[in-house]
Design a protein around this ligand. Structure first.
Ligand code: CMP
Ligand code: CMP
Length: 442
């Protein structure tokens, strides 16, 4: 692609995003757009260093500090040079003991100088190796130990907030766009697993609904990019305000979440967390602490963005407004509604079709997104009429019983479905409301 074509593509993309987002501050918007694009390209080229050399691009200014990082073979993070000095950004500096850490309040000295930092190796205990070396069968079963924990806590304290502080940019503005990278040589990490690890992955993580929409190739990519990490009880897995590096799926244990020191949430096996900072390039929105010994599977930021970002953000924006309007879900926080959106799917039924049939086993809970349906009981006929925003199918899931009635579409029907595991995990206090409103008891 010629430089001119590339330039035109950039302008077209900027134009598209401008029209979608209609920003109030035009210069800031353009500034962020190009800063982020540059950051993405440099990050990408670092992973493709050879390609950068061929293009004659000097990626790194040769300061001593940077040379040391390169020698250590740590992967540098290319920052948007602007975020540190962005007048719209409220800076917050966490205490830093790291001599390489750049204070977020410091003015930048050059295009890449202050935007350059070495990524900190995760102090988590890792039992899958990215070097590709085969693991011994015992590797998957290392005991929890306190050294792992203290290492993690010390490292977390060193982080400073640097990217898009206190600001959540749109997902699309930040999304990596493979097309604009031309022939994209991005390669996800490929880890090797013991057969015991593979068994555990298949039994739990692979069934996560976030992965259920993926085609076979994407699913494989995700699975092999996952890294097993163990967090003994009390480990601070994520610290609020840090930048995002990994997305986590919980295989075992419970994780607590704190926002400004207040506990806001906990989640257990089958849940996931750490997506917000990766989706929006924003600082971590909460602190995540292992309430019990946890086994987690971590997915690196790039693989998350390349493979999971689009589906996740599409679902969140698709269902966000709809979920807000459902009375049953009023008690959920907006974050809980986002997590619920991740687990939803849409189904369509034509007039006269049964969505659920009396006496059958039930796997899903339903909300009506548009259209109408009748609830019919054998011997009684139509017992209820359902419209937009109504729900059904809760009884089979609440009581593990067969469907108590048939629900039939009376006009073209669009329903949003939630599977059994999401129903039990994501509805929170709404489950009590469902029990109270049981139609068979009224
Ligand atoms: N109430 C909450 N608000 C924000 N984040 C939350 C909340 N509960 C859990 N989290 C998770 O905590 C994570 C902290 O890192 P992230 O901001 O990347 O993503 C966040 C969410 O996945
Ligand atoms: N009077 C009723 N008796 C039984 N089910 C009803 C009634 N009214 C509405 N329903 C809904 O119809 C659904 C059929 O599947 P479930 O039994 O899972 O859950 C049921 C309820 O959501």
């Amino acid at each position: 692609m010629s430089n001119f074509q590339q330039y035109k593509l950039e302008l077209e993309e900027l134009d598209r995003q401008f029209k979608t987002q209609n920003p109030t501050d035009v210069l800031q918007f353009c500034y962020n757009y190009f800063g982020n694009r540059l950051q993405q390209q440099r990050q990408y080229l670092w992973s493709q260093k050879q390609k950068a050399d061929t293009l004659g691009l000097t990626l790194f200014p040769s300061t001593d500090e940077i040379a040391r990082d390169v020698q250590r073979k740590s992967v540098p993070q290319f920052k948007n040079t602007l975020s540190d000095n962005d007048p719209h950004t409220k800076h917050q500096t966490l205490e830093s003991e790291d001599p390489h850490a750049i204070s977020s309040g410091e003015p930048s000295a050059g295009l890449f100088k202050t935007s350059f930092e070495s990524s900190q190796a995760s102090p988590f205990h890792t039992s899958a190796s990215s070097s590709g070396a085969a693991l011994s069968p015992t590797d998957g079963a290392q005991p929890f130990n306190s050294t792992n924990y203290s290492g993690f806590a010390a490292s977390a304290a060193k982080s400073t907030m640097r990217i898009n502080a206190n600001r959540r940019t749109s997902v699309s503005a930040e999304a990596l766009n493979p097309e604009t990278f031309g022939e994209d040589g991005w390669k996800p990490p490929v880890h090797q697993f013991t057969s015991e690890q593979l068994q555990r992955l298949n039994a739990s993580v692979v069934k996560n609904f976030l992965f259920s929409q993926l085609d076979e190739d994407s699913l494989k990519t995700i699975i092999f990019a996952l890294e097993e990490k163990r967090a003994p009880q009390g480990t601070e897995i994520i610290r609020q305000g840090d930048e995002g590096d990994f997305f986590y799926v919980v295989e075992k244990g419970t994780v607590d979440f704190f926002v400004n020191g207040q506990k806001v949430n906990s989640s257990g096996p089958g849940s996931s967390f750490g997506e917000l900072a990766l989706m929006y390039n924003s600082p971590r929105a909460a602190t995540a602490v292992a309430q019990t010994d946890c086994i987690l599977w971590a997915l690196d930021r790039m693989t998350f963005r390349r493979i999971l970002l689009e589906g996740t953000s599409k679902k969140r924006s698709m269902y966000e407004n709809f979920l807000k309007e459902i009375p049953l879900l009023k008690s959920l926080s907006s974050y809980e509604r986002s997590k619920l959106a991740d687990a939803l799917n849409s189904e369509f039924y034509s007039v006269g079709q049964n969505v659920v049939t009396e006496g059958e086993a039930g796997e899903n809970f339903y909300f009506i997104e548009s259209g109408t349906a009748d609830v019919i009981k054998s011997g009684e006929g139509v017992v209820s009429k359902l419209n937009k925003g109504d729900y059904f199918g809760e009884l089979a899931l609440l009581y593990d019983s067969p469907r108590q009635a048939t629900v039939k579409a009376t006009s073209p029907l669009k329903v949003v479905t939630l599977g059994k595991s999401g129903f039990q995990r994501l509805l929170g206090p709404a489950v009590d409301v469902l029990k109270l409103q049981d139609p068979t008891k009224h």
